[in-house]
Write a protein that binds this ligand. Structure first.
Ligand SMILES: Nc1ncnc2c1ncn2[C@@H]1O[C@H](COP(=O)(O)OP(=O)(O)O)[C@@H](O)[C@H]1O
Ligand SMILES: Nc1ccn([C@@H]2O[C@H](COP(=O)(O)OP(=O)(O)O)[C@@H](O)[C@H]2O)c(=O)n1
Length: 670
């Protein structure tokens, strides 16, 4: 039997990562955020249409796309492909109120573009964005004749922009030692108004230079070649015009790759490395310097032009200036947990003005895991834990904190790790945890299962779905499998009883079953409705009494136990399938109450039936389920009995939620 179960992805308050035993496998990562937002901006303000492929679909790129659309740019988006109709060198809409979330890669260049091209604009973001300094960029733009007002705290967004009286003759000065994004913003915007040579002088030591190199590379692809005197002076030649390159393919994100490079460095074997496709020595992203640092720590990384393969080595601490790759350097802090000796990351003051104060945040969370961390104004020194601790990681609404700290799940003590507000990864890598679970393998015994067994219409499915949604876990509706088995047998004309036992058990491995959110498919046919009939339920009850059928479904059901965890609903989840589950609920309600619930359910679906008939069927099914020779419906010895006759769905969910939390090592949260 081939079986596919596609999990849903609602926002969860926390995600518990099972301890990782081994990592390995092939990964294709989403497009680079830095390149996506630069390319979208350039494509919007150039002449001609541009087809961008592998554009990152994330909060930060959505913010850029919405802003460009609000400025009058037409962008057609088909999954990760965007066709951008360039507006030429100024926005179509000369008035707009733009909300830019927490996307520095959108707010800063758009500030420069709009201030230089002119109009009436406000630019705002989330509260944290209003704490991220922008005075250096605003000062530089004012020096060019731009009119920009701070609407809140001086030196910070939100901003009000009006039309400038441009003065381009004197060199514009911009500080380069707080964020390279100010320089990038000017470089991206000035070609729109370069009627004469415009020179930018960088004050202070320019940080994050590879990001500036990335900007220059993209400008060149859009037809503007900036003259460069070291990292101190940049000149946009008179008459520069942005021209579409036609098509541009965006590389996978090197910062996103860093988590999986580190995962391979900690937990992959040479014979099954982590292999990252379409990202290699040809990359234009500075964050790939991370690879050198990981090699220096002792990991094995082989790189071809367009792929990386990583496996573990004996890791040792390093002392490194991480100024050039501040984002990926955060991953080194997590990797340091697995090295012998301390690791020192220097020259990382820019971490303090990112999504959160990343130096303090990282120090605090790594200490929770047992590491000894020394924090300075612009450095971090991390000594690995001698004794790992179970931790609930606070993520500060910072995607990189969540992704870095996921690496703590590789700990040798095999402790699970709780990541709070894991949805924050959507800023740059919405599918991070799916990718993680695809290549970070855990021992089955470490993948938690919450079992909910009980008789018909006791509310198992309802409870299981609600808890799984809240935990971000998979669901096993084992009853659906027996219903499908009954339907498949009936459709093949097999006898539903001991005479047909062998034939049904032989048929099942050939069936192709897909659980796709609310739909169930059998051999390509939608059987969602068909398996829910009371007739099918009765046939399922008969089929499920056949030992060979139950045996045929054992492995299929156990295959649902995948990371991060499972809520399993049925009759024998706690007794037969998952005897080691940390929590087993035996759910019950009076027969009358259950018949009433099922009746209401059927009436809502437009099925006509009487309460008396239903009650009789239900009791007949219960009797058969309780008295069969294999896996009868009985509570496991260690099950918690819950009669929910007088409870609402919400009350049942809260009760079981608390029991579950008490059995997890993290304490009560969420
Ligand atoms: N605690 C409860 N209180 C009231 N109604 C409930 C409760 N639990 C479930 N129900 C309702 O009873 C019906 C049957 O529940 P379901 O989850 O399908 O049961 P099972 O999976 O045990 O057969 C559903 O319509 C559901 O909304
Ligand atoms: N783990 C399980 C799940 C269901 N079953 C059988 O499959 C039938 C249908 O299960 P179900 O959970 O879909 O039924 P309802 O509780 O929804 O009525 C039950 O009556 C059981 O006989 C089982 O034997 N073992």
């Amino acid at each position: 039997m081939s079986l596919t179960a596609l999990p849903a992805h609602p926002p969860v308050a926390f995600l518990d990562l099972p301890p990782v035993a081994r990592a390995g496998g092939r990964i294709v990562l989403p497009g680079s955020k830095s390149i996506s937002n630069r390319a979208l901006l350039l494509a919007a303000f150039c002449a001609g249409d541009t087809v961008l492929t592998n554009v990152l679909d994330s909060d930060d790129t959505q913010v850029m796309l919405s802003a460009l659309r609000a400025l009058g740019c037409t962008i057609k988006q088909e999954e990760t492909r965007c066709i951008v109709h360039g507006m030429g060198n100024a926005p179509v809409q000369r008035k707009a109120d733009l909300y830019l979330g927490n996307a520095g890669t959108a707010l800063r260049p758009l500030t420069a573009v709009l201030a230089l091209t002119g109009g009436e604009y406000t630019l705002r973001g989330v509260p944290r964005m209003h704490e991220r300094p922008i005075a250096d960029l605003v000062d530089a733009l004012r020096g060019l004749g731009c009119v920009i007002k701070h609407l809140g705290t001086p030196g910070y967004p939100p901003l009000r922009i009006q039309s400038p009286t441009l003065r381009l003759d004197a060199p514009v000065r911009v500080r380069g030692d707080v964020s390279s994004q100010f320089l990038t913003a000017l470089l991206l915007a000035l070609p729109l108004v370069a009627t004469q040579d415009v020179t930018i002088d960088v004050e202070g030591e320019l940080i994050s230079r590879p990001y500036v190199a990335l900007t220059l590379h993209l400008l060149a692809r859009f037809g503007v070649v900036v003259r460069q005197a070291g990292w101190q002076r940049f000149t946009i030649p008179a008459g520069s015009v942005l021209r579409s390159p036609g098509a541009y393919a965006i590389e996978p994100d090197a910062s996103s790759a860093s988590y999986f490079i580190a995962l391979g460095a900690i937990a992959a074997d040479a014979n099954d490395p982590i292999r990252i496709e379409h990202l290699g020595t040809d990359s234009i992203q500075g964050d790939l310097r991370f690879v050198d640092a990981v090699r220096a720590m002792g990991a094995h990384v082989s790189a071809s032009q367009d792929a990386l393969a990583i496996h573990r080595g004996l890791l040792h601490g390093i002392d490194i200036d991480a100024n050039d790759f501040p984002d990926a350097a955060m991953t080194l802090a997590a990797l340091a947990l697995y090295a012998q000796g301390p690791t020192t990351l220097r020259n990382i003051a820019s971490w303090r003005v990112k999504e959160t104060d990343r130096i303090t945040a990282m120090a605090c969370e790594l200490r929770k895991l047992g590491a000894t961390v020394e924090e300075g104004p612009d450095f971090l020194r991390i000594a690995p834990p001698t004794c790992w601790k179970t931790a609930s990681i606070h993520t500060y609404d910072d995607h990189r904190m969540a992704m870095c700290c996921a690496l703590a799940a590789c700990n040798p003590a095999a402790l699970p790790v709780r990541i709070e507000q894991p949805g924050c990864v959507a800023k740059t890598f919405p599918t991070f945890f799916d990718t993680w679970f695809a290549v970070a393998h855990s021992a089955s015994k470490h993948i938690p299962v919450l079992c909910i067994d009980g008789p018909t219409a006791s509310g198992k499915g309802t409870l299981a779905a609600a808890l799984a949604r809240r935990l971000g876990y998979h669901v096993l509706d084992s009853g659906a499998l027996y219903r499908i088995a009954a339907l498949a047998a009936e459709r093949q004309g097999l006898r539903i009883g001991p005479e047909g036992e062998t034939a049904i058990a032989t048929l099942l491995p050939q069936c192709k079953i897909v659980f796709d959110q609310d739909k169930v498919w059998l051999d390509g046919a939608d059987v969602t409705e068909a398996i829910r009939s009371e007739r099918c339920a009765m046939l399922a009850s008969q089929v499920s009494a056949l030992p060979a059928v139950r045996r045929a479904l054992l492995d299929v059901q156990r295959a649902f136990r995948t990371s991060p965890g499972l809520v399993a609903d049925g009759r024998d989840m706690g007794t037969v399938l998952f005897p080691d589950a940390p929590l087993k609920i035996f759910l019950n309600a009076s027969a009358e109450e259950r018949a009433r619930r099922r009746h209401a359910q059927l009436v809502a679906r437009g099925v006509s039936t009487t309460l008396d008939d239903l009650c009789a069927d239900l009791m007949e099914r219960d009797r058969r389920d309780r008295s069969r020779s294999v896996a009868p419906l009985v509570p496991a010895q260690d099950a918690v009995l819950l009669d929910n006759s007088a409870l609402s769905v919400e009350e049942s969910v809260e009760l079981v939620w608390d029991w579950w939390q008490q059995r997890r090592p993290f304490g009560l949260t969420g």
